[in-house]
Every structure is written in C-alpha cells, then in structure tokens.
Design a binder for this molecule. Structure first.
Ligand code: TRP
Length: 441
C-alpha cells in the first residue's frame, strides 16, 4: 500500500512546502538582480501562468494516474517506450539540484547559529564575512552534511507526521517575517531606487539569456520539470482537485517571491549593495536590514531558522524522489535507499561547496562547479523535463484520461479543459523548445 497525504490541507502544505524555499528567498532576488529587475519579473510571471501552471497539472495527473515513483510512472503509463527517458531525467535532475541546494541549506544553518551568537551586530563587513565563510574549505562542508542529514532523517520518518505538521505553523510564520522585513526595507532612506528596479521594467535589458533565466527560475521555484510533483501527485487521493491545488500553490509561491523581492531589493539599493553580485545577496542584505530593527538579533535568528525550515520542506521533496525511485525500482528498503541517496548527494555537494575555495577552483564550462550545476539543472534539465511532461499529457495520454484526472474532486469546465490541452499540445512545447534552442545556437 502506498502512503497518502491525509487531506486537502495536507496536500497543499506539502506541495507548497516543496515549492516555497530557497528558490523564493535566496535564488529569485539574486537571479532577478543579475538580469535587470522589472522586465525579468514580467517574463517570470508570464512563464508561471502560461507554462508552469499547466505543467503542474500534468505532473500531478501523471503521478496520481500511475501511482508510482517518477521513473516508474512513465514506465507504467507507457510501457516499453522511449518515454522512460523522461523518467531518467526526472531522477537525475533532483540529484544535481539537491547537491548544491543542501550546500545553501547549510549556509542558512550557519547564519542561524551566527545570529544566535549575536555575530552580526558587531560586524560592519558582512560581505567579507559571507565570502570568508563560503570560501573556507572545511566548515561549509560540515554544515552541508548537517543539512543533508536533517533532510534524510525527515525522509526516513515519512511525511505525514513530520514535515506536514511543522509546515502548517512555520510557513505562515515565514510569511509574516517577510512582510515585516519588506515593510522595513521599503521605508529605508534611498529605498525608492530598489522599488523602481522591481516595478519599472527596462525592456532594453531583455535578451535570450534573460528569457532562459526567467524560465529556469519559474521551473525551479515551482519544483517543476522533474519528479518532485509527480512523486507527490502519486500520494494524492482521487478526491483531491488537481487544478485547484495547483492554482493555490502557484499563487502562494509567486506571492512569496514578489514579497521576497520587496524585502531585499529596496534594501540592496539603500545600502549600496551590488544587485547582480550573486548567491550571497540575501545573506549579506538580510542581516543589514534586521540590524535596523529593534531586537534585530532576535529577528535574524528567527528569520534564518525559518528559512532553514523552508529549505528543508523543499529538500525533502528532492530527496524523496530518489528514495522512492530506489525503493520501488530496486526493491531496496527505505533505509538503504535513503543511505545511498545521502552518499551520492554528499559527494556532489562537496564538489559544489569546494568550488568556492580559491585553492580548489573547481571550474566546469567556464563557471564554478556550483554555478555550473545550478545552470545545467535549472536552465536545461528542468525545461527539458517539462517539455517531455507536456508532450506526454498533451499527445500520449488519452484525452479522456486527462479530462478525468483534471475533473476529479470538483469538475473542470470543458472550455477551460480545451484551452489547457491546447497549451499542452502546441504552445508550451514550442515555447520551451524555442527558448532552449535559441540559447544553444
Ligand atoms: N522549489 C524549491 C525552492 O524554490 C526547490 C525545489 C524543491 C525544487 N523541489 C524541486 C526545484 C524540484 C526544482 C525541482 O526552493
């Protein structure tokens, strides 16, 4: 018997928990900062609605229909065909992503500990602090293993009683924190330039690379294009309404990203930080904002603690993909499956983490190993996975089956269904292929 999510709220919390994470608070601000702000955001919103929402429907449909892990799902719905290739990507992508995701997760734990010890208040040079920490060889590695270990423990314990329960309290708490920080950031002197950066699109900054980055960010933030939502879909009961769940998750995740932008960018400009400076953006900016609030040290501790939890609810969805795959396809026990996954990802994470060490200089394709893994996974593997997924639900799955899955638990208007299927068959595949090819040639 496969485990199921207990109820509608449980499903929502789990899927939203997967979607909301470092992608919103860490990745979105720095990628958007690097690619010029407002115009990037508009593109991002377009991709979320036109491409990603229908892909989320598709992944849940595939998972629930097949009742199997992400690889097994394709095998079961299309036996003996090349579609299993889509299954392979679905398993490969989360391994690469979790490799560096757990490194950043480790950073959040370290920052939580530093905030707890009051280390920010005495420091002026927060960029130096961040740079020094991530480029040291040993310490970030230990925090990475710690974060990965926590993820493994939760996955071992199953989802219902662990993370489902905590997410219900912690996600709303994170929401409140981010609103508070946005309010502080917007009222800082000199914040106007940041708000303008976010909301006044400068279309001269658009090019193929920005378009690809916006699409990659949309996939990453919504956990799409690989096995995560397929796997979670396989735990959904028949009475759950897929379109409604998807819409709620997409709306919350996007709201969170915009709020994070509002919390970070005005402060970046007010403090004269370089918006395109890369993965350290949030870790440098947030302690500065919080230092401007009464009880700043306390807030900083709470913020990084909750961020770590948000990261955990996402990283478990990544580890879960590989674990379920190993245990179902290779008949491994859950413990063994978690142990194997842990080992593989610990090594990949070490590569990502050590690429910040100037003595190691692990460079792949002209990028640091960390950046290369992120770029390859988010901008190539996820869109490619998404492409195969929509081709599957658009062309391979019988129309009646798709309609049945989308209508279960509430009904889906026929006109809407036709529009979605049109997107799945024509618009989305052409758009993804064009953006991918446009960047290769
Ligand atoms: N969406 C998560 C975040 O924004 C990260 C994540 C979890 C993810 N599962 C995923 C990204 C699957 C891509 C695919 O932090």
């Amino acid at each position: 018997m496969r485990e199921n999510f207990s109820n509608r709220f449980g499903v929502l919390v789990a899927v939203a928990g997967s979607a909301i994470g470092l992608g919103n608070l860490w990745r979105f601000p720095y990628i958007m900062g690097k690619h010029g702000g407002g115009a990037f955001i508009l593109l991002y919103l377009l991709f979320v609605i036109v491409i990603c929402l229908p892909i989320m429907y598709s992944e849940m449909v595939i998972g629930r229909r097949a009742q199997a892990n992400a690889y097994g799902a394709f095998r079961r719905l299309a036996p003996g065909s090349l579609w299993t290739g889509a299954g392979v990507i679905s398993i490969l992508a989360p391994v690469v992503i979790l490799g560096y995701y757990s490194v950043v997760g480790g950073w959040t734990l370290k920052y939580m500990q530093m905030a707890l010890c009051g280390s920010f208040g005495r420091r002026e040079n927060l960029d130096g602090l961040f740079g020094g920490f991530i480029s040291s060889p040993g310490e970030p590695l230990l925090w990475h293993l710690g974060f990965l270990g926590l993820t493994a423990l939760i996955v071992l314990g199953g989802i219902k009683n662990g993370i489902e329960k905590y997410s219900k309290i912690l996600m709303p708490a994170l929401f409140v924190m981010v609103i508070l920080m946005a309010a502080r950031a917007i009222t800082l002197p000199g914040a106007g330039a940041g708000v303008e950066f976010l909301f006044r699109p400068d279309f001269s900054k658009l090019n193929g690379e920005v378009v690809l980055a916006a699409m990659g960010q949309a996939f990453f933030s919504l956990s799409l294009g690989m096995g995560a939502i397929i796997t979670y879909g396989s735990y959904m009961k028949r009475k759950e309404n897929i379109p409604r769940t998807s819409a709620l998750v997409v709306a919350t995740d996007t709201g969170f990203a915009i709020l994070a932008g509002l919390a970070i960018m005005p402060a970046v400009f007010a403090f004269g930080i370089e918006p395109g400076q890369g993965p350290g953006l949030v870790f440098i900016t947030v302690p500065k904002i919080l230092a401007q609030l009464p009880l700043g040290g306390l807030f900083a501790t709470v913020f990084f603690a909750i961020l770590a939890v948000a990261a955990l609810t996402s990283s478990i969805s990544l580890l879960e993909v590989m674990t379920t795959f190993l245990s179902e396809e290779f008949r491994m026990g859950r413990k063994a499956a978690v142990a194997v996954s842990f080992g593989v990802i610990a090594v990949l994470g070490a590569v990502a983490s050590l690429s910040f060490d100037p003595d190691m200089r692990l460079i792949l394709f002209g990028k640091s190993a960390f950046d290369a893994m992120d770029y390859f996974a988010s901008n190539i593997l996820l869109p490619l996975g998404g492409l195969l997924i929509v081709l599957f639900t658009g062309w391979r799955m019988p129309r009646a089956e798709l309609l049945e899955e989308l209508s279960a638990g509430g009904g889906f208007r026929l006109g809407l269904f036709r529009a979605v299927r049109f997107l799945l068959r024509y618009v989305i595949p052409v758009a993804i292929a064009a953006i991918l090819l446009g960047n290769v040639f």
